[in-house]
Design a protein around this ligand. Structure first.
Ligand SMILES: Nc1ncnc2c1ncn2[C@@H]1O[C@H](COP(=O)(O)OP(=O)(O)O)[C@@H](O)[C@H]1O
Ligand SMILES: *[C@@H]1O[C@H](CO)[C@@H](O)[C@H](O)[C@H]1NC(C)=O
Ligand SMILES: *[C@@H]1O[C@H](CO)[C@@H](O)[C@H](O)[C@H]1NC(C)=O
Length: 268
């Protein structure tokens, strides 16, 4: 992810993306039922819908809706879900130049981060305890939630104080900046430059559906890093909190992500 360009302007295919996301595109098949079926049991559901998900694509969609020139690097299957997903990315004005289709549905994707003068925002989801240590040293910003911080550090994380302790452990592993999101409590951050944990609270809102809030937050932070690099980190985090707070007030994942036109001008 490199810092360049003006937000909000429609971009041409040949222009370089300012936000590049390497991650997953998933089709969510959601059945609403009154209870979970037992093994092998068939039960009646009352509603079914298909949604666009995948943590990487969610983050990319949120950045694009704020006006970022964004590109998605991932693989989808060569089937109707894959075709529809590519159409969804295009509708969100995301470049699909590096979105590939494969016949092998089981193909996994690997995230490779090369540190060449670009800012890298790494979101270790889903977290594994023995994460390759290069992910810490190659990340400009390492952003995770409470449970991911707990898996990575082995320290229980459930409030700003314990998040600060875990963030310090992650900082010592070589990240330049660590951000731990705390749901309705906002987030905690610290950096090599200011290694004292700082709590960035968020406004209280009536949460309807918090699914994908973390991806909305990470997508917004990528947008600010790329387009407003001179803002202080604290200000970027306050604004990312505000954008993620909008996403929890509507149902669904990408369907709850706000567009620039629907947000207060003060956020831009
Ligand atoms: N109930 C809430 N009220 C306001 N903001 C929220 C709420 N839940 C989440 N957020 C915002 O979304 C961000 C990410 O939420 P969090 O629950 O930590 O991530 P995840 O979706 O990964 O579990 C928080 O840092 C905060 O800015
Ligand atoms: C995808 O499927 C179509 C028709 O089913 C075929 O023409 C095309 O070559 C396939 N592409 C890949 C990458 O497998
Ligand atoms: C953190 O994100 C993971 C996905 O990596 C999710 O499974 C988990 O529920 C989230 N934790 C919290 C506390 O929201």
């Amino acid at each position: 992810m490199a810092a360049s360009g003006e937000p909000g302007r429609l971009w041409q295919e040949e222009e370089a993306a300012a936000v590049v996301v390497v991650g997953s595109c998933m089709t969510d098949l959601v059945s609403l039922t009154s209870r979970l079926p037992k093994t092998g049991e068939t039960i009646h559901g009352h509603k079914f819908f298909i949604g666009f998900g995948g943590k990487g694509a969610n983050q990319c969609v949120q950045a694009a809706r704020l006006g970022a020139k964004a590109a998605m690097v991932c693989k989808v299957g060569n089937d109707s879900f894959g075709n529809n997903y590519i159409e969804n990315l295009k509708q969100n004005h995301i470049s699909t130049e590096f979105t590939y289709q494969t016949r092998d549905a089981a193909t996994g994707t690997a995230s490779i981060i090369v540190n060449n003068e670009v800012k890298t925002l790494f979101n270790p989801a889903p977290a594994i305890a023995d994460l390759d240590p290069r992910f810490y040293t190659l990340s400009t910003v390492f952003c995770c939630n409470e449970s991911e911080a707990e898996i990575l550090t082995g320290h229980a994380v459930n409030d700003p104080t314990t998040a600060g302790t875990a963030a310090l452990v992650l900082l010592e592993r070589g990240c330049q900046v660590v951000v731990i999101t705390l749901g309705a409590s906002g987030c905690v951050t610290l950096s090599q430059a200011e290694p004292v944990p700082k709590h960035i609270p968020t406004e209280a809102v009536k949460a309807v559906d918090t699914t994908g809030a973390g991806d909305s937050f990470v997508g917004a932070l990528a947008f600010y890093l790329a387009y407003y690099p001179s803002l202080s980190l604290e200000e970027m985090l306050k604004r990312s909190n505000s954008i993620a707070a909008v996403s929890v007030q509507a149902t669904g994942t990408q369907s709850s992500y706000p567009y620039k036109k629907d947000l207060p001008l003060a956020l831009f």
